[in-house]
Design a binder for this molecule. Structure first.
Ligand code: OAD
Length: 251
């Protein structure tokens, strides 16, 4: 069902939920100034190369400079970005619901910066790096990077961002936690994702099979729209604060 506005009945069902899972995609960070991968007619291209070609292991191996220039650029954009009202609303919900799990496909860290603590990063984080030689993982928030490509402080090997590149699998442990949160929630929100990239795209279906109320928030219809109980057409930063239960938590 597509709603143009939020009804009192929907607000009540939202408020009375117990265990909530929120699946987010690039759209939740749009109002922070972070571009999406799809939608709105945009086709991300960097130096004439589509992102699906750059953000790959093959590119890192054959042209680490171009690969890292793209990631350095993304780190610069995201470092300047601030969490928006959508990130902040989701973070505040942790205080209201018995359980709230954020399952994000984003690598920008904006949910955590807004205050969310229970965040499953399906596609990793731009703010962690991993050594291709010794496997050392570390947090790395340097912007700009002192060298491109960056090298491991321990062994001098080439570093990679600790993100899921195109063609790579989502980490199994994180995904199984996401499946558990999805299968046991009574309210599942899908915010700002085109819902075409698997395995994340399977989660709304799983939530629905387990009888959660599925609410989608997106300015455009997506494959989730067909199975969602409610689709709220609009921008996450405008809609999510309107769903928020009163701050005193008593509803
Ligand atoms: P997409 O770029 O595919 O989709 C972004 C979605 O956000 C679209 O459906 C837009 O309509 C919606 N959107 C735009 N502005 C919005 C707003 N203000 N509020 C709410 N929604 C808005 O992004 P994802 O679905 O996150 O994976 O993409 C999934 C994965 O595809 C990414 O994580 C990335 C890419 O391949 C990897 O890099 C592994």
């Amino acid at each position: 069902m597509i709603y143009e506005r939020i009804t009192e009945e929907l607000k009540e069902r939202f408020r009375e939920a117990w265990a909530v899972a929120v699946l987010t995609g690039a759209g939740v960070s749009v109002e922070s100034g972070v571009p999406t991968f799809r939608g709105g007619g945009s086709a991300p291209v960097w130096k004439g190369l589509p992102v699906e070609k750059i953000a790959t292991l093959e590119m890192l191996r054959t042209d680490p400079v171009t690969f890292w220039q793209w990631y350095a650029y993304r780190r610069e954009v995201i470092e300047e970005a601030e969490p928006n009202p959508a990130h902040r609303a989701i973070a505040a919900w942790e205080r209201h619901f018995e359980r709230l799990t954020v399952i994000t496909q984003n690598v920008d860290g904006l949910h955590q910066r807004a205050g969310s603590r229970n965040v499953l990063e399906l596609h990793g984080s731009l703010w962690r790096v991993r050594c291709m030689r010794c496997g050392l993982k570390s947090e790395d928030r340097r912007v700009p990077l002192p060298e491109i490509p960056p090298h491991c402080p321990a062994c001098g090997g080439l570093l990679r961002p600790d993100v899921v590149l195109f063609g790579e699998a989502v980490p199994e442990d994180i995904f199984s936690q996401a499946v558990a949160a999805t299968a046991t929630c009574d309210l599942f929100l899908v915010v700002g994702t085109s819902a075409v990239v698997y395995p994340a795209a399977a989660l709304p279906v799983l939530a629905k099979q387990n009888r959660a109320l599925v609410i989608e928030v997106n300015p455009e219809a997506t494959p989730v729209t067909e199975i969602a109980d409610v689709t709220l057409l609009g921008r996450a930063g405008e809609i999510l604060p309107l769903l928020s239960p009163p701050e005193n938590g008593t509803g």
